[in-house]
Each structure stands twice: as C-alpha cells, then as structure tokens.
Ligand binder design. Structure first.
Ligand code: IPM
Ligand code: MG
Length: 356
C-alpha cells in the first residue's frame, strides 16, 4: 500500500462540502489503486479569521510548506465583507500563493460532451473546445506596491500598482511553452501592450523566451480582443498565457463556455508546492444546502494526482468517472437544462466514486 499525505483547506461557503466530495472520490481511488491518502485539515479564510483572528494561521502555512500537496475549497463570504486588506479572507489565499511561491496557475477549459447543451453558447461554437489558461499568480497588480487609500482635501483617493519584472515573466512564459509542447503547440500571449508598460515588457520577454521554443506557434492578443475571441471562436485556442489580473477575468469567462464555473478545476504550481482548487468561489448563497457542484473540486483532485503525485492512471480514472456520470444524465442544478436528473452535492460525489 502506497501512502500519500495531503493538506486539506476546506475554507468557507461551499468549500467544506465540495472538499468532502473530493475526499470521498480520493478514498475510492485509494481503494481501487491501493493508495492510502492521509488528510491533514487546516484553517484558511473567513473561518480562520473567526477562530484564529487571521485568514492564514502560521500552522496552516507550516503544514502546507512541509507537505507541498494542498487541496483547497474556497474562501470568503458576506460575513467578512466589511474587513479590509490583510484581514480579508481572500488575503489568506493571496498570501499562501505568495509565500509558497505558487507562480503558475493552470486552468483547463475543456468541454465535457454531455454538457454542451448546458452552455449558454451555441453547440456549433463549442465543438472541439479544449484549451488551458496559464495565469501568472505571484505578481502584477495583485501584489504591487504602493497600494492603499488616502484621504485628500478633495476626497479619498485609492491606488494600486502593476509591477512585472523580467524573471517573473520569463518563468511563466517557459511554463506555458512547456505545457504547449504536450498539447497542440500553440500559445496565445495576452496583454494590453497598446497601453501598459508592464505589457510591453511582457511581450518582449515572451518573444525572447520563444526563441528557445521555436517549434511552438506564438501569437499575441490584447486582453479585450481575447475576451471577445473566447466567445466568438473558443476552439482557436490551445494555451492562453496571461498576467495575473487578466487571467483572473479570462479564466472565469473560459469557465462559462464549459457549461458552468462549477466544472472548472485549477492547479497553482510552485517549485516546492502545489495547491489545487476549483475556480469557483465560496458561493455563500448556496452554502450548506447540498446543491453546489463538487465536480470542479473532484477534477482538481485529479489534477493533484497527476501533477503532484504522478498518478496518471488514477487521475484519468477520475476524469472518466466524471464523464460517465454526466453521460448517464446526472446533473447538479448549475448544469441542469431540463433533461436528466438533478442530484445534490453528496449524491454527485458518491456517483463519481461509484463509477470509478
Ligand atoms: C481566483 C479568485 C481569487 C483571485 C480571489 C478569491 C482572490 O478570484 O482564484 O480566481 O482573484 O485570484
Ligand atoms: Mg477569479
């Protein structure tokens, strides 16, 4: 029996429910493939603020650093919306990304065939959609200084700073080209080089890194055009390389073309650790009602098996089980469009576990 340790951070809102679903599926994988998963549960986000007065307690960070394999639910909610800056639940997530050096955020947008009719887009547009967003996660306007809100005579003034340095751009560009090597060998780099200096440097460095990857096709796209192209013809994309803020927006858009944001998984990868989480947030309005879609988290757990633990066969088994359950017509509310059978979070998770 092989043994693997995973740090689990359920967080807020629907986080605990969807993580519970993923654990059920992991345990089923363990049974079938002779792996014993050991889970260490830790606090992050709003619940950590409530219990420990900080969104990222030291012991959470320590456990994550030591283990390096992390599964996260979601953070945030209206209860903590009045808090500011470092005391916000989201700051726990931003801090853990920074402190563990999780610089590459990988968000695959693949259409599950049985879900084509759940998307708000026409099925002709969705045929053959399979791309991945590679988002820089450690820099840009999320972290740049100075930042703040000042009181001035005329009223308040707020400011943030977008910063990118060469090394940061080089590292994420290399990641994107390497991912493209294993796919359709096409990278579209997203920027706003017609306006922003950060984007001009981004474009120059991406071009430079491309010299070492000349077998990959590279093109550049302004972020506003990219947002339009994803809706107009999403099948044109293979790898979309983006800075932090643009990637945040583009990846939510990409989620919707796959039917529902409840389907989109993600990996945030660094040199020594990686964190896996659904792209959707804590969805406080549906928390605790057993209606959230656990599939994004279950698929994130599959990414974890593949990328952090090198269990390729096991990861594919989860993905196939998800496909099978969808094919049989089971749907959570967010992906239901009149046909099939609506099931809750728990039932959907057990169905995937049973269909492994
Ligand atoms: C995401 C989320 C986070 C982000 C928030 C919760 C800070 O939207 O992972 O996309 O903006 O990166
Ligand atoms: Mg986001």
């Amino acid at each position: 029996m092989r043994k693997e340790k995973i740090v689990v951070l359920p967080g807020d809102g629907v986080g605990p429910e969807v993580v519970e679903g993923a654990i059920e599926v992991l345990d089923a994988v363990g049974k079938r493939f002779q792996i014993k998963f050991d889970y260490e549960e830790k606090l992050i986000g709003g619940i950590a603020i409530d219990k420990r007065s900080t969104p990222l307690p030291d012991d959470t960070l320590k456990a994550c650093k030591e283990c390096g394999v992390i599964l996260l639910g979601a953070v945030g909610g209206p209860k903590w919306d009045k808090l500011t800056g470092k005391m916000r639940p989201e700051s726990g997530l931003l801090e853990i990304r920074k402190k563990l050096g999780l610089y590459a955020n990988i968000r695959p947008a693949k259409i599950f065939r049985p879900l084509i009719s759940s998307s708000t887009l026409k099925s002709s547009v969705l045929k053959n959609v399979d791309f991945v967003v590679v988002r820089e996660l450690n820099s840009g306007i999320y972290y740049g200084k100075p930042r703040g809100i000042k009181k001035e005579k005329k009223g308040k003034k707020a400011f943030n700073t977008m910063v990118y340095d060469e090394a940061t751009i080089r590292r994420i560009a290399e990641t994107a080209f390497k991912i493209a090597e294993r796919r359709k060998r096409k990278v579209v780099s997203v920027d706003k080089a017609n306006v922003l200096e950060c984007s001009r440097l981004w474009r120059d460095v991406v071009e430079d890194v491309h010299n070492n990857f000349s077998h990959i096709e590279l093109s550049h796209m302004y972020v506003d055009n990219c947002a339009m192209q994803i809706i107009r013809d999403p099948a044109q994309f293979d790898v979309i390389l983006t800075p932090n803020l643009f990637g945040d927006i583009i990846s939510d858009e990409a989620a919707m073309i796959t039917g529902s944001i409840g389907m989109l998984s993600s990996a945030s990868i660094g040199e020594k650790a990686a964190l896996y989480e659904p792209v959707h947030g804590s969805a406080p309005d549906i928390a605790g009602k057993d209606i959230a879609n656990p599939l994004a988290t279950i698929l994130s757990a599959a990414m974890m098996l593949r990328y952090s633990l090198s269990y390729e066969e096991e990861a594919s088994a989860i993905e196939r089980a998800v496909e099978k359950v969808l094919k049989k017509g089971f749907r959570t509310k967010d992906i239901y469009n009149g046909r099939g059978k609506i099931v809750g979070t728990r039932k959907m998770s057990s169905l995937v576990a049973e269909n492994l």
